[in-house]
Design a protein around this ligand. Sequence first.
Ligand SMILES: *[C@@H]1O[C@H](CO)[C@@H](O)[C@H](O)[C@H]1NC(C)=O
Ligand SMILES: *[C@@H]1O[C@H](CO)[C@@H](O)[C@H](O)[C@H]1NC(C)=O
Ligand SMILES: *[C@@H]1O[C@H](CO)[C@@H](O)[C@H](O)[C@H]1NC(C)=O
Ligand SMILES: *[C@@H]1O[C@H](CO)[C@@H](O)[C@H](O)[C@H]1NC(C)=O
Ligand SMILES: *[C@@H]1O[C@H](CO)[C@@H](O)[C@H](O)[C@H]1NC(C)=O
Ligand SMILES: *[C@@H]1O[C@H](CO)[C@@H](O)[C@H](O)[C@H]1NC(C)=O
Length: 498
Amino acid sequence: MPILFSFYLSWVLFCSLASPNSVNLPLKAPSLGNWLVTEGWMEPNMFYGIKNNDLLDGTQGQLISTKLKKYLTAENGSETILMANHNSSSASSWQTFRLWRINETFYNFRLSNKQFIGLENQGNKLVAVSATEKFPEPFQITRKNGEPHRVRFRASNGYFLQAKSEMQVTADYKGPSTWEENDPSVFNMTIVSTMHGEYQITNGYGPDKAAKFMRDHWKSYITEEDFKFMSQNGLNAVRIPVGWWIAYDPKPPKPFVGGSLQALDNAFRWAQKYGMKVIVDLHALRVSQNGSPHSGSRDGFQEWSDSDIQETVAIIDFLASRYADHPSLVAIELMNEPKAPDLKLDSLKRYYKAGYDTVRKYSSSAYVILSNRLGGEWSELLSFASNLSRVVIDVHFYNLFWDNFNKMSVQQNIDYIYRQRSSDLRNVTTPDGPLSFVGEWCCEWEAEGASKRDYQRFAEAQLDVYGRATFGWAYWAYKCHLNHWSLRWMIENNYIKL
Ligand SMILES: *[C@@H]1O[C@H](CO)[C@@H](O)[C@H](O)[C@H]1NC(C)=O
Ligand SMILES: *[C@@H]1O[C@H](CO)[C@@H](O)[C@H](O)[C@H]1NC(C)=O
Ligand SMILES: *[C@@H]1O[C@H](CO)[C@@H](O)[C@H](O)[C@H]1NC(C)=O
Ligand SMILES: *[C@@H]1O[C@H](CO)[C@@H](O)[C@H](O)[C@H]1NC(C)=O
Ligand SMILES: *[C@@H]1O[C@H](CO)[C@@H](O)[C@H](O)[C@H]1NC(C)=O
Ligand SMILES: *[C@@H]1O[C@H](CO)[C@@H](O)[C@H](O)[C@H]1NC(C)=O
């Protein structure tokens, strides 16, 4: 009897460990990007309800004094008085400021050296300060009616910023303004770039509205019906990007809001019901591994480093312990798109090893996905990964984001897939090493005047080549309002046949 009992127990154990083994590789997976980690640029209407929605976190702007016709600059960074002495808008990064939004009218300004604008001790001179030494100065913005790029800023001492002379920018202008050009407290603001990710959405709506906004999004954007659609259309897995704050659900650090964990639980339940596998992809890391809005970045700086390894491993521990025994878990991706050269290969390997060991504490069968560095060498993780078991190298292929694609014709794009991409993929596909995974691709491109048939041929070429990846591929993304970015739209409109 005891023997039978122990046999029975280990049989159950064996089954639950073994079930992810039964996965049929290669995987055909859409990515549920824009559901759990929101990339607002896919859904601009998500931002319509935010006041001053052109002044979100990470917006980069330049300020010209309307009186002096000179740009504000923090020329030499640290300890230098802010000046209004630059002629040209393109000149230097020192005259571009990044906003940190406090609320719809109050902002901090971050400089290109990562310092902030502050006020000299008790005085009214503007200086560059480090956030660790001193609290950055909150400036209240006032915009001219009907001309929102005409702005004034009030400092915490109650006075407005003014450009008295090229060498003297101070916070000591008293009183209102008639918005005349020669008023030294009036500036013209040019927005150079903006960011639209989950940080911007949640901080943009603010604590009162963000929670409801995100809850409504999670409830309506991806539903059980989507899993049914995917499983009926030849897709056998789904890649789900998650943000680091999911580990702190239901009360994540601000501005993020609780609820993403519940959404991920729902996805696992639906995946199981429709016989699909789940790849959990840690897509957004605290202080950002690549500076992109989809990494949860506040201002575009990429600051993830060795000192963040411990917390990031704890997040992997949270995810692995929660889902290791779920029959639908097939893989955990330790970090999406780390970016070279700022993210050092040594740091990445240290983290990957620790993250791998953490997943293995809970599962011997789940695959561990290692994303290649953007801008790194194709083969840079191969020998490291060959020491580990059931690991996968993830590479992302877009005929976008690189000037050379702008000039390519339809045929050149398709040739590029067959020639260059298949060679790139071969470079990470080894007989005994890790498996290969094209973890992101899409059918959007720069080719002008492409017909429906051209899109179909582009899709066929990519399915043909990326189908050779030994682990599989994932399309970015399952659903977005931009047609060719949406796998569901492509399938429903007969652009893609799986
Ligand atoms: C900034 O640095 C340049 C070059 O080192 C120097 O010529 C200039 O005087 C500095 N400006 C200020 C305000 O310190
Ligand atoms: C800005 O323009 C003025 C007048 O055209 C010129 O004298 C000055 O040298 C210029 N300054 C810089 C930094 O280019
Ligand atoms: C916005 O933030 C500023 C600075 O922290 C604060 O003084 C002000 O009350 C806030 N306004 C609103 C509407 O929350
Ligand atoms: C002020 O900014 C607006 C918007 O960026 C721009 O179109 C305009 O040319 C600027 N005017 C001046 C005088 O810099
Ligand atoms: C593989 O593991 C062995 C034993 O732990 C170690 O000595 C070796 O340096 C590792 N190789 C790589 C490429 O990481
Ligand atoms: C890719 O692999 C080929 C051999 O298959 C090699 O000649 C080439 O140098 C590799 N390229 C890169 C970028 O690793």
